[in-house]
Design a protein around this ligand. Structure first.
Ligand code: NAD
Length: 419
């Protein structure tokens, strides 16, 4: 019996089993590698604007503590459960190991629809969640960051709440903070910038000219908008975008700066245009060079994987492709190159790591230095995965996850079993 249930957790387990088979890991060691080390569930009572007290469920899952503190985002989402949080923590572990960061994976969140809260209520949820988590987190234990439904402001409230309890300012307790509070230059753009950089390496590999290439981006929050902006800056035409309120498609292309201004003003893409509206399900199967799902899990499924018409699937979101869809895409390996999430969106955690390092030493770098260091790490990982893909005739996901799992496994073996 496990407390972790649900389709997203099952998906992380299925993916792991594939890798464990590939690496011939014995059965008893598999459980040791996959099961999260710690999970914390908290109830967060918050005084709402209507005078009532609402109670929100919060979670934090720390997957493994073998390589250093755990690291991972906080998600505010209406249908969040502990299984989804655990799956995201596990993926963070493989991702951090893949790109060589001294962290285990973690993830957390609150079951709440942030779009339905006033700013005061949102602050109440954020502060109470962090206050409840204080005994379980710390700069050397577990470091939080933004994810879906959270942002720099929420990280600022987390940092302030933690610091007030400690009696001194502790910027290194979270990453993705505003720059003025010890955040790093380039963190806001990092994940999307990394997605575009890895997609550019893939275009180079496939001899696709960015100036003749097109892209469709699902999700227009932090990752989606920055992916669109960075791809456009490289000459790629953005022909489709969507968020949870609307989807648009136009072969003539959109200016992502105009879309970004619309979202900054209205909060969502809704009412951007009436002419280019498209059914959100149809958006993913339009012909394009790069399809970048940058919203939620499990959007590429066995139902649409056979109909995708992209050359590159650049996974900005965590877990956008189900294992059944993966099996179909594996058959289509000559048509579609899948850039797996743990590589493609790793720019975020790489720059979060830089933020933590800068906070710990109270010495800050400029944006160029940060972006250069990030792209050098992502470039090395991309080429390492590509070489393995070609050598072993396996998918990019299998190659990437195998590298991550192998590193965590080696660290566990070298430390030995305690006591
Ligand atoms: P965000 O809250 O800033 O944006 C999420 C976007 O997805 C919003 O535009 C929202 O409207 C849209 N969306 C939600 N449901 C949708 C649906 N069903 N169809 C289309 N669009 C939908 O979140 P984010 O930080 O950009 O995170 C997006 C994804 O990227 C998540 O999977 C997250 O785990 C992953 N990720 C984020 C980071 C980061 O640095 N923020 C890093 C790595 C991975």
């Amino acid at each position: 019996m496990s407390i972790y249930t649900g389709p997203v957790f099952e998906m992380a387990c299925r993916q792991f089993e594939t890798i464990a088979d590939h690496l011939s890991i014995p059965a008893d060691e598999r459980r040791h590698l996959i099961m999260p080390k710690r999970s914390v569930t908290v109830s967060c009572p918050v005084a709402m604007d209507n005078g009532e007290v609402a109670v929100f469920q919060g979670y934090r899952v720390q997957h493994h503590l073998t390589l250093g503190p755990t690291k991972g985002g906080i998600r505010f989402s209406a249908d969040l459960d502990i299984g989804e949080v655990a799956a995201l923590a596990i993926w963070m572990s493989w991702k951090c190991a893949l790109v060589g960061l001294p962290y285990g994976g973690a993830k957390g969140g609150v079951t709440v629809d942030p779009y339905k809260l006033s700013k005061r209520e949102l602050e109440g949820v954020a502060r109470r969640y962090m206050q409840e988590m204080i005994p379980f987190v710390g700069p050397r234990t577990d470091v939080m960051a933004p994810d879906m439904g959270t942002n720099e402001q929420i990280m600022a409230w987390f940092m302030d709440t933690y610091s007030m309890y400690q009696g001194n300012t502790v910027p290194e307790i979270v990453t993705g903070k505003p720059v003025a509070l010890g955040g790093t230059e380039g963190r806001r753009e990092a994940t999307g910038r990394g997605v575009a950089f890895v997609a550019a390496l893939a275009m180079e590999h496939l001899s696709i000219d960015p100036n003749n290439a097109t892209a469709i981006v699902q999700g227009f929050g932090n990752v989606g908008s920055n992916t669109a902006l960075e791809l456009a800056a490289r000459g790629v035409k953005i022909i489709g975008v969507s968020d949870h309120t609307a989807a648009y498609y136009d072969p003539a292309g959109f200016d992502p700066h105009v879309l970004t201004r619309h979202v900054a003003q209205h909060g969502v893409l809704k009412d951007f245009s009436t002419q280019s509206l498209i059914d959100p399900n149809d958006l993913l199967t339009q012909r394009c060079d790069i399809l970048a799902p940058a919203a939620v899990e499990r959007v590429i499924t066995e139902k649409n994987a056979g109909r995708l018409q992209c050359r590159i699937l650049a996974e900005g979101a965590n877990g956008p492709t189900t294992p059944d869809a993966d099996a179909i895409l594996d058959q289509r390996r000559d048509e579609i190159l899948v850039l797996p999430d743990i590589l493609c969106n790793a720019g975020g955690v790489v720059v979060s790591y830089f933020e933590w390092v800068q906070d710990l030493q109270q010495y800050f770098w400029d944006e160029k230095e940060i972006t250069d260091k990030m792209t050098s790490i992502l470039g090395r990982a991309f080429h390492q995965i590509l070489a393995r893909t070609i050598r072993d005739k396996i998918s990019m996901r299998t190659a990437a996850t195998a590298i991550g799992v192998k590193r965590v496994r080696l660290a566990k073996q070298q430390r030995g079993l305690f006591p």
